[in-house]
Design a binder for this molecule. Structure first.
Ligand code: FEO
Length: 397
């Protein structure tokens, strides 16, 4: 069935309904995903972005609703990560003369992944455009949204922006547009995508979005390479990106802990009580069972992160180390933090967590609370007081 985006532009991508993780096992996806690819039916037959190799047959079938693969003139690769590009070798087998438009970064990524495509590549940069018939396609280099190779392609006749991964989300749906679905986790998945994939690049993203908006291109639709097309109020997702990239937080807290015999968990609960007593909304995650990508999504919007671990082998428990590594990598902005935990004899958990916070850019705003073996009433009171302190810091920041 032909899926029309607007007159002359069609979705020819593929749905991935049941995949549970992305990037190997790095990123959980609970609503599947899509590999969006678009066919433009003009004097030149153009496809924007490809799909992963496992979906190549489906992609070919969708394109061949309009023309033979051998008749395609142009493939535009806005971003060459394998989920959008591993079908390219089979495309080249069928159509060895197709022109492939890429950014400067795309020239590197495509030729490294697919050396057989080198002679097909045409490099474009911001300000370049190509006439494909009644339409002109314009290009904008959108480095770090989310790779150095990322570019946007804009159809000036249709006012449609093809934005690669930017503004997308992992959400598989039979519908195409944001106004056709009843949320279905849309905003959560968009935020999860930003939190886990884009947070580290917040500064360059703000600059890039600012430069893009200065072009004053009218936007009737934003069509990312994953998830739905933004048709109703399309720039709402751009505004959200600005909000997230600025590190604008809600006044809530996230507590993450791992425990050996339950003592650190009791401390986490007491800190939560202290926060609640001061009117601060919080969530507690047991790091051993929590989904890291979901926790990072909550962290994006939280002001405070309070992390606890038992001490083992003179350091934190392994899952807490993994969470610290992730926060170090993502470098959330404008966060405050504190540490807590139990210990037997040495008690390094606090200083390890605080060192991790320092490397993550999280400001430690309260002395950590430590308890030997099992928290007693005094220790739990200190935990509650830690909750009070964090609440007051959240409110005055
Ligand atoms: Fe959807 Fe960065 O690939």
């Amino acid at each position: 069935m032909k899926k029309q985006v607007c007159e002359g532009i069609y979705w020819v991508g593929a749905n991935e309904w049941s995949k549970s993780h992305f990037h190997g096992h790095e990123l959980s996806i609970k609503h599947g995903t899509t590999y969006n690819s678009f066919f433009i039916d003009d004097e030149k037959k153009v496809v924007i972005d490809s799909v992963r190799d496992s979906k190549c047959d489906e992609w070919f079938k969708n394109i061949e609703e309009f023309c033979k693969i051998e008749e395609l003139d142009i493939l535009i690769v806005d971003h060459a990560e394998p989920d959008h590009s591993t079908a390219i070798p089979r495309l080249l087998e069928r159509n060895p003369n197709i022109q492939i438009y890429v950014s400067n970064g795309g020239k590197i990524s495509v030729s490294r992944f697919f050396p057989m495509a080198v002679n097909n590549l045409k490099v474009v940069k911001t300000g370049d455009s190509i006439k494909i018939g009644k339409r002109t396609l314009k290009f904008f280099e959108a480095q770090m949204l989310h790779w150095p190779d990322t570019m946007f392609t804009y159809s000036d006749t249709d006012k449609v922006l093809f934005s690669a991964d930017a503004f997308g989300e992992h959400l598989s749906t039979s519908k195409l547009f944001n106004d056709e679905i009843e949320n279905e986790g849309l905003w959560y998945e968009a935020e999860k995508y930003f939190a886990n994939i884009l947070t580290l690049y917040s500064q360059p993203i703000l600059k890039k979005i600012d430069a893009f908006l200065q072009l004053n291109w009218e936007l009737k639709m934003i069509a990312p390479s994953h998830g739905i097309i933004w048709r109703d109020n399309p720039t709402q997702i751009v505004e959200k990106y600005i909000h997230w990239a600025k590190g604008e937080c809600e006044g809530k807290a996230v507590i993450i802990f791992d425990t050996i015999w339950g003592g650190t968990e009791k401390m986490a609960d007491a800190i939560g009580q202290g926060l609640a007593e001061r009117g601060v909304h919080y969530k507690i995650f047991n790091a051993g069972s929590a989904d890291m990508a979901d926790v990072m999504t909550d962290l994006l919007g939280a002001k405070a992160i309070i992390m606890g671990s038992a001490t083992r082998n003179n350091t934190v428990l392994p899952v807490i180390a993994a969470f610290l590594e992730e926060t170090k990598g993502l470098k959330f902005r404008n966060k405050i933090g504190a540490a807590f935990g139990t210990y037997g004899w040495s008690g390094e958990c606090i200083k390890r967590i605080e060192a991790g916070f320092a490397e993550s850019g999280i400001e430690v705003v309260a002395e950590g609370v430590k308890s030997q073996f099992s928290p007693d009433e005094k220790d739990l009171l200190k935990c509650k007081e830690l909750g009070h302190t964090i609440a007051s810091k959240i409110k005055c920041k």
